[in-house]
Design a protein around this ligand. Structure first.
Ligand code: C2E
Ligand code: CA
Ligand code: CA
Length: 407
């Protein structure tokens, strides 16, 4: 990408920006000196400082095009380098995801800080004291999240991240039909960090794209090894891999996925992309196109946490969907609560009518497994059948699996 910035020459005495006027750019002072003046109600003006070569003025414009908070006048002839808000946005988009997140947080915090300082401007308590900034830093989760995101990147490079595989059982035969790959982070000091904590953070920071690619590759290679080591199987197993809306937003998603699958030598039909309803609803056109390409390449599409997202079912016709995964909250409640049981029944018959497979998640008890089988549910996963486990343990489990044991 070509980043070029315009240079401006300003004569001594000229106004560079005027308080209250909309701002579209910040400036780096290459040479010369400027004075910052605050104009008070009633026409009073007060100089609050000067800036020289190497400093930045008007930076609020690149946060949100906010009106200028002060007037800036050249007190010597100046050379300025213009940074427009657009240019800044482009640079930020091209940046490393951690840098992007950090910068966005800092800019937002800075704006809040100045807004607060604005209130007390009558007393000319400006620029705001350092303590105000510290208050913000301490009262926000953002710093903790940045730390997690940074550590995650390191962790991925240092083998602290791994995948566990949870077997998914064919309820009609009792056999293992496939797995879901679930990410695990074992931190050397903090111990186990739950995906419920780190996935949202790495989603927000954009690191999820890197993580998903890693997970897909790892999961496909593991599937091949499990199949090779499990002894004779009369069928191919599948591997469910979770993806987020950030993955779908990346331009080369389909190419990346397809390349990874080809390199690992599994058949694309063995890969189930697990996505949520939320993703489909929020980016319908983009998602439809992406899913159709994945489908064409032979992959299977599963809707995760089905039933928790949206009441409208019309979207099911619109997207190429192969599998519905009934959310574990309904499975947990179905033996105690009629409404949940009705919902589970409806999802199973919906699946049948639409020629989709149905997987029940979170099966913890034998009676739930039996009930689901009798209701015609195709597949199930849950602690009752098997917990997510490392590749080695899952390979042993498949080798020694007795389809009659659980029923
Ligand atoms: P999910 O995709 O709905 O995954 C199923 C979760 O249910 C897993 O939690 C699994 O360990 C748990 N589970 C399985 N059987 C049972 C059961 O019988 N009872 C109960 N109570 N829970 C059961 P986990 O591994 O903590 O993952 C939580 C969530 O984090 C996942 O929910 C998924 O949304 C996300 N996640 C995990 N790994 C990845 C990943 O590689 N990529 C992405 N994008 N998200 C992931
Ligand atoms: Ca899932
Ligand atoms: Ca789920």
């Amino acid at each position: 990408m070509n980043f070029s910035n315009e240079k401006k020459s300003i004569k001594a005495g000229d106004i560079i920006m005027r308080q209250g006027e909309p701002g579209h750019a910040a400036y780096i002072i290459e040479s010369g000196r400027v004075e910052i003046v605050l104009e008070q109600p009633g026409g009073k003006a007060q100089s609050v400082g000067t800036r020289g070569a190497g400093t930045i003025i008007g930076e609020m414009a690149i946060v949100d095009n906010a009106p200028r908070t002060a007037t800036v006048r050249a007190i010597e002839d100046c050379e300025l380098l213009e940074i427009t808000a657009d240019d800044f946005g482009r640079r930020l988009n091209a940046a490393d995801p951690v840098l992007k997140m950090t910068t966005q947080v800092i800019l937002t915090r800075y704006r809040d800080m100045l807004t607060r300082a604005d209130i007390s401007r009558d007393s000319l308590n400006w620029p705001p004291p350092e303590s105000l900034e510290l208050d913000y830093a301490q009262s926000s989760d953002a710093l903790a999240n940045i730390k997690i995101a940074n550590e995650f990147k390191e962790a991925l490079n240092h083998d602290e991240i791994s995948l566990h595989y949870q077997p998914i059982i064919n309820l009609q035969t009792g056999e293992v039909a496939g797995f879901e790959a679930l990410m695990r982070w074992f931190h050397p000091e903090k111990g186990f960090i739950s995906p419920g904590i780190f996935i949202p953070v790495i989603e927000e920071s954009g690191l999820i794209v890197l993580a998903s690619r890693w997970a897909l590759r790892e999961a496909c290679l593991a599937l091949k090894r499990i199949e090779n080591r499990a002894g004779y199987l009369d069928r191919k197993l599948f591997m469910g891999v979770n993806f987020s809306s950030h993955d779908f937003a990346s331009e080369d998603f389909v190419d990346g996925v397809y390349t990874t699958i080809s390199e690992s030598d599994v058949d694309p039909s063995q890969v189930h992309l697990e996505i949520t309803e939320r993703l489909l609803i929020h980016q319908p056109d983009n998602a439809k196109e992406t899913l159709e390409m994945c489908r064409k390449a032979g992959m299977s599409i599963a809707i995760d946490d089905f039933g928790t997202g949206y009441s409208s079912l019309s979207y099911l016709h619109y997207f190429p969907i192969d599998t519905l995964k009934i959310d574990q909250s309904f499975v947990r409640d179905m033996t105690k609560n009629d409404a949940s049981l009705e919902l589970v029944k409806s999802i199973i018959s919906l699946g049948k009518n639409m020629k989709m497979k149905v997987i029940a998640e979170g099966v913890e008890h034998k009676e739930e497994g039996l009930l689901l089988r009798d209701l015609g549910c195709d597949l199930a996963q849950g602690y009752y059948f098997a917990r997510p486990a490392a590749e080695k343990d899952v390979t042993e489990l498949v080798k020694n699996w007795d389809p009659a044991e659980k029923f």
